[in-house]
Design a protein around this ligand. Structure first.
Ligand code: BGC
Length: 558
């Protein structure tokens, strides 16, 4: 079976993982220094968020040179050492590929600014004349996902206001024109560059972007509010026709990339970050001659309700069954409010303000959210397919809500006109130690204060540290470790069939393999089946009863 069908893949956000040069930002050597910890979790692979040369206006997703390492993260030698060291520890490495846009600091964009309208240099991006008498109105009505118009006007070399360029994200992330063969060739070069360095795969950023409908038509005015009214990433999921997402052209790219991946030894793969709906559209990205895997984002938009979760599981599995691809489960990543908060407050990632996206902090019950997040872990690890985990999820980190406004870095903050604090709250550096030195052990520089870390951890962060959780068998960290260890040796888990078990409506219960069962209780306490032996639970059980917001793994006899 292909490795990604079963794997637990751990996302490292390098800037917040481990700082080894004392500058308050994580680095690649820091990831190497934590491989023992990662191995101890029982994961199979690491996905590294971008560490490429970048002005870092959007957490490195604004790439200036995809084949160079940003000095803030170290050197190319560090990257190669990390790949080698991970392989030595039997961990695979996936890296990000960001094909929808380049930073406006990329040499191509700079050349475009120095060139005339209609030039070859401009044809690598989407440069158009504006509408209106003097071209003062953007070429169409598209808006940026982060807020505001998706177009910025440039000054021509003569100093006069000139053409507009498209940026579906930040104004410093210029969309590439995938009709241009140089763009295609450059990305093939990047794929080969990292494959030659030994990576096992790629996470394809905005995998449903790249191609735009020909002529770049306006979004129908009746849909503008629906599509752009809520400026957030999950609006990308709304089913309205969008002339900039999910165009047929992307599939030709993936067919050509698949050939490249297959031409290398080992099992190289790519996973699509494709926010498309309905689920049947995702299946297209993982047809047998396209990408091998796609994130399944269903659980990022779910309420903590048994019927909704059951439906999302059914949809996810049946959508991909058609094309024979495995599904994968995602409860957290660097773009969404952490699951502890989300599952407690019933957040579905919709909304365009801090309040609508992050919920009402006064109603937040972190203890309950933690119970739910731990149950979600046991559920995800027991469902068919692979799982993507995000750093800090294994520590049960909640969202950090008290980062001072002047320290927020997410472009969404500014582009939403300061209405949405954005995604920094899930990107705060990992607390390794309980004492605050070196920002809770994030930095090797013990004198580094909390304020000196690139995003300041709060004073209460230490209680979530890996150190403080080591010795507690019920800590989130140890629940994770035990779950991953059981999963590895349990023949029924990983990819394969599942069978629903008849259970009260507030309980989600399913069987895997011959005799493995997972029960998640969303309602009041229930009695466990009499013919069962407990293998693991997300929190202590009450005798033979499964408490509310708790999940259990059982060995059942028929
Ligand atoms: C990444 C985001 C990023 C965006 C633009 C997303 O899908 O995960 O962090 O802001 O793409 O590159």
């Amino acid at each position: 079976m292909d490795w990604w069908s079963n794997s637990a893949i751990y996302q490292v956000y390098p800037r917040s993982f481990q700082d080894t040069n004392g500058d308050g930002e994580g680095d690649l050597v820091g990831v190497i220094s934590r491989l023992t910890y990662l191995k101890s979790l029982g994961i199979d692979a690491i996905w590294l968020s971008p560490f490429y040369l970048s002005p870092n206006n959007d957490g490195g997703y604004d790439v200036q040179d995809p084949r160079a390492v940003d000095p803030r993260f170290g050197s190319m030698e560090d990257a190669v050492n990390l790949i080698k060291a991970a392989h030595k520890s039997d961990l695979r490495i996936i890296v990000d590929l960001v094909p929808n846009h380049f930073s406006t600091e990329h040499k191509w964009f700079k050349a475009a600014l120095q060139s005339l309208p209609g030039s070859l240099e401009r044809s690598r991006f989407h440069f158009y004349d504006g509408r209106g008498e003097s071209g003062e109105i953007p070429p169409n009505n598209w808006c940026s996902i982060f807020g505001g118009p998706a177009w910025s006007r440039v000054k021509e070399v003569d100093g006069k206001p000139g053409q507009w360029y498209l940026h579906l994200f930040n104004s410093t992330q210029a969309d590439l024109n995938w009709e241009n063969t140089e763009v295609k060739e450059d990305f093939e070069k990047t794929l080969r560059f990292w494959l030659d360095k030994g990576v096992d795969g790629f996470r394809i950023d905005v995998a449903h972007g790249m191609f735009k409908e020909s002529g770049l038509p306006d979004v129908r005015s009746s849909w503008i509010e629906k599509i752009f009214g809520k400026n957030n990433l999950t609006r990308m999921l709304s089913p309205e026709h969008k002339p900039f997402w999910d165009q047929e052209g992307v599939h030709d790219i993936y067919r050509s990339w698949r050939k490249i991946l297959d031409s290398y030894d080992g099992d190289r793969m790519a996973v699509a970050e494709a926010w498309v709906s309905p689920a049947s559209r995702i299946a297209k990205y993982v047809r047998s001659d396209e990408l091998q895997n796609s994130f399944n984002f269903e659980m990022l938009t779910t309420l903590w309700k048994a019927d909704q979760i059951r439906e999302k599981i059914n949809n996810s599995i049946s959508a991909l069954a058609e094309v024979g691809a495995p599904t994968s489960w995602v409860f957290n990543n660097h773009d969404v409010v952490r699951s502890v908060d989300r599952l407690d407050l019933g957040l579905t990632n919709h909304g365009d303000t801090t309040f609508s996206r992050h919920g009402d902090v006064n109603k937040l019950d972190i203890a309950r959210g933690t119970l739910r997040a731990k149950s979600a872990t046991l559920m995800a690890l027991a469902l068919p397919g692979g799982t993507y985990l995000y750093q800090g999820e294994e520590l049960g980190l909640p969202e950090v809500r008290d980062i001072p406004e002047d320290r927020l870095t997410d472009p969404r903050w500014k582009m939403s006109n300061y209405k949405d604090r954005g995604r920094d709250g899930c990107r705060v550096p990992i607390p390794w130690k309980s004492a605050s030195d070196g920002a809770f052990g994030f930095s090797s520089n013990e004198n580094l204060t909390l304020q000196q870390a690139w995003l300041p951890p709060s004073s209460w962060w230490g209680k979530y540290s890996a150190e403080s959780q080591e010795s507690d068998p019920n800590s989130t960290l140890n629940v994770y470790r035990k779950a991953l260890a059981i999963r590895k040796n349990e023949p029924g888990l990983g990819d394969g069939a599942m069978e629903w078990i008849d259970a009260p409506s507030q309980v989600v219960a399913f069987r895997r393999g011959e005799d493995f069962a997972c029960y998640i209780n969303f309602g009041s306490e229930i009695e466990l089946p009499s013919n069962s032996e407990v293998l693991h639970s997300s929190a202590p059980l009450n005798g033979n009863h499964l408490p509310t917001d708790t999940a259990v793994w059982l060995r059942v006899s028929k």
